[in-house]
Structures are given as structure tokens and as C-alpha cells.
Design a protein around this ligand. Structure first.
Ligand code: FAD
Length: 321
């Protein structure tokens, strides 16, 4: 019986990331009548607590210290683990984002509990907590049954559909001003990479280009389509290596893992390392001039043709829709 779940609620530029609500949804699946606590680190708006309550948090802990206003592994680990030590929950959940990947292992080691990463599903089965996670670059799924008293897990974004609770009370707000031990890292300057358009990791639709786009300018028709349908632009490593686009757009085993509702792959062959990052998309459309391209094996819809003809036609059709 899970009596208490603590979730780390991640924010970006002052707003809660959608994955924070998905992590709360995972908490709701485990928690039958128990307590769900959300932890917000750094200076945050009090109104975030109301939003978290709408998605199922019963209490929200605001952890403040001026050293927490800029993310560092060191400071966040100290802040988060101090709350875990105080609350001693059965389950600790965190988004499997760059931040989660960075500080969850360190936090789990400090707490002294096991960590199951990159989970795509969470359930109670035969009275046990069961986490599902991909293995072999997404070729198979592993179900991990929890046998310890306390467990820590990270949840892959865009996998657990989140919903608001029907009747919720306001979350209890708890303010914590922490005295952190000596912090060994100091952030001198943050140089933010500006990305135009929709954030790739949270996008519901992605238009991705591969080496088939042939040049940086070749991404032009893909960007036009993305703008019309409200999509983010992504890329294969082939396109990044060829310097057609920035590595920030790379999707795959060594890039971002995405699970949008719709993934449109243009001029991408479908190498196993690329599939590792997108094959769990809910619907895949592939445009490739080679009918034998392996991307068609995972595609729900395939268009055999030249992307420079097909993509502008799609854009025109969507404009008229
Ligand atoms: P290609 O394989 O060259 O395919 C281009 C495709 O475009 C072809 O299928 C061709 O038919 C089609 N095409 C050409 N012109 C047109 C046109 N006009 N219209 C329509 N179609 C056209 N790759 C990733 O993507 N992400 C990763 O994270 C990643 N990690 C890797 C990690 C390791 C350790 C290794 C070894 C490799 C990794 N790779 C990764 C690289 C991967 O193996 C492939 O080399 C890469 O995905 C190929 O990119 P591509 O499909 O764009 O290019």
C-alpha cells in the first residue's frame, strides 16, 4: 500500500512543465487515498500550487534559497533530499528530463534507495508497484516489480496522459527556507540557446528532417510545414553531422527521446539509433523516395516521393484545412 508519494515538479522559465502534471498522474495511479506532495525548488509563484492541486497534489512544498534560483546539481540534490529525508515517502517520482537525468541518480544515492529510470508506465499489479521501461534502445520493454520499501523513479515525458482531478481542495502550501551546506559549484553565467517555435521535448507534433533535406536551406519547407501545423522541428543525426541544423534538434539514441502524437519523418532512412528516439510516437508518417527505406517498417502512413514536392503540398493542404 502506497501511503505517500513525493514528486519533483519541474519548471521552465517560471512555468510548470507539462511533464510535471504527467508525473503527478503517475503518482495518482499508485496512490489510493494516500498523500501526494509536490516539491517546487527555487523562487516560484504561489499560484503554481493551485495548478498542481488541479492535477492531484495535496500539498506543495516551496523550497527557497537564493542559491536555488539557478539550477545546479549540487544545490538541487541537497534541497530535494532534505525534503525526502523529512517526509520519508514510499515513492519518489521525477521527470526524465535533462534535469531529472542529471540529479535523480545523485539524489537516489544520497537517500539510499533504488532508482528506476525512464519509465513509460506505472501501475499497481497484484498489490505490487510495477514500472515499465524501454530497454535495448526501445526494442523491448521491461517490467520492474518493486520489492523494497522505498523507490525512486523517473518518468519519460509524453507517455502518461495527464488529467485534472474532478473535485480537488486547495493544496496545503509549505514554505521551506533551507540552509544549504557548502555548495561546490557556482553558476557565473547562463548562456541560453534560443530555439524558435515549439519545444521539441514537449511537442505534440514533430516534423523531422534527415540527410535527405540535403542542406540547411533544405529545412525551409519543413519549417514552413511545422509553422502551419504548430509543430516543432527535429532532425536525424545524419542531418546534424552534415551541419544542416544544430545538434539541439537531434532525435535518437544519442539525442532527444520524443513521443509526440504525430511524427513526420522527411528524408530519414530509419536507422535503429534514430528509431530509438521516436518509434514510440503515437502516429508516424514517413516521406522518403526509397520505398525500401527501413523507416517505412515503423510508419503508420508512408509516402514514397521527393520530400521537396510532398512537403510543400502538405503545407498547402493544411493551410486550406
Ligand atoms: P541517411 O541514412 O543518409 O538517410 C537519408 C534518407 O533520405 C534516405 O533514406 C534517402 O532515401 C532519403 N532521401 C534522400 N533524398 C530524398 C528526397 N529528396 N526526398 C525524400 N527522401 C529522400 N542517428 C540519429 O538519427 N539519432 C541518433 O541519436 C543517433 N545516434 C547514434 C549513435 C551511435 C553510437 C551511432 C553509431 C550512430 C548514431 N546515429 C544516430 C546515426 C545513425 O546510425 C544514422 O547514420 C543516421 O540516423 C542517418 O541519418 P539519416 O536517416 O538522416 O541519413
Amino acid at each position: 500500500m502506497v501511503r505517500h508519494v513525493v514528486v519533483f515538479a519541474e519548471t521552465k522559465q517560471g512555468s510548470l512543465r507539462n511533464v510535471s502534471f504527467e508525473v503527478l498522474e503517475a503518482a495518482k495511479r499508485l496512490n489510493d487515498g494516500g498523500l501526494i506532495t509536490a516539491v517546487l525548488i527555487g523562487t516560484q509563484e504561489q499560484s503554481q500550487a493551485d495548478l498542481l492541486a488541479e492535477y492531484g497534489a495535496h500539498e506543495v512544498v516551496f523550497v527557497e534559497n537564493k542559491q536555488l534560483d539557478t539550477y545546479t546539481t549540487d544545490a538541487y540534490t541537497q534541497a530535494f533530499t532534505s525534503i525526502i529525508h523529512e517526509k520519508n515517502p514510499d515513492v519518489i517520482l521525477m521527470p526524465h528530463t535533462a534535469m531529472g537525468k542529471d540529479f535523480a541518480p545523485r539524489a537516489a544515492a544520497r537517500i539510499g534507495c533504488g532508482l528506476i529510470t525512464d519509465c513509460t508506465n506505472v501501475e499497481i499489479s497484484d498489490g505490487n508497484i510495477v514500472f515499465t521501461r524501454p530497454i535495448y534502445a526501445g526494442k523491448a520493454f521491461q517490467r520492474r516489480v518493486v520489492v523494497r520499501d522505498q523507490i525512486f523513479a523517473t518518468i519519460r515525458p509524453n507517455n502518461i496522459p495527464c488529467s485534472k482531478v474532478d473535485h480537488h481542495e486547495s493544496a496545503k502550501k509549505i514554505q521551506k527556507v533551507l540552509n544549504l551546506d557548502e555548495i561546490r559549484t557556482t553558476v557565473r553565467e547562463v548562456i541560453q540557446k534560443t530555439t524558435d517555435g515549439v519545444d521539441l521535448s514537449e511537442a505534440k507534433i514533430i516534423v523531422a528532417g534527415g540527410r535527405g533535406v540535403k542542406s540547411a536551406e533544405g529545412f525551409g519547407p519543413l519549417k514552413d510545414l511545422a509553422q502551419v501545423i504548430g509543430a516543432a522541428v527535429g532532425a536525424s543525426r545524419g542531418a546534424c553531422d552534415a551541419e544542416y541544423c544544430d545538434y539541439a534538434l537531434q532525435i535518437g539514441q544519442t539525442g532527444k527521446v520524443v513521443t509526440p502524437d504525430l511524427y513526420i519523418a522527411c528524408g530519414i532512412s530509419g536507422a535503429i539509433q534514430h528509431l530509438a528516439g521516436m518509434s514510440n510516437s503515437k502516429m508516424i508518417v514517413a516521406i522518403n523516395k526509397d520505398p525500401e527505406a527501413p523507416i517505412f517498417d515503423v510508419a503508420d502512413y508512408g509516402i514514397v516521393g521527393d520530400l521537396f514536392e510532398v512537403v510543400p503540398l502538405l503545407t498547402e493542404q493544411f493551410k486550406q484545412a
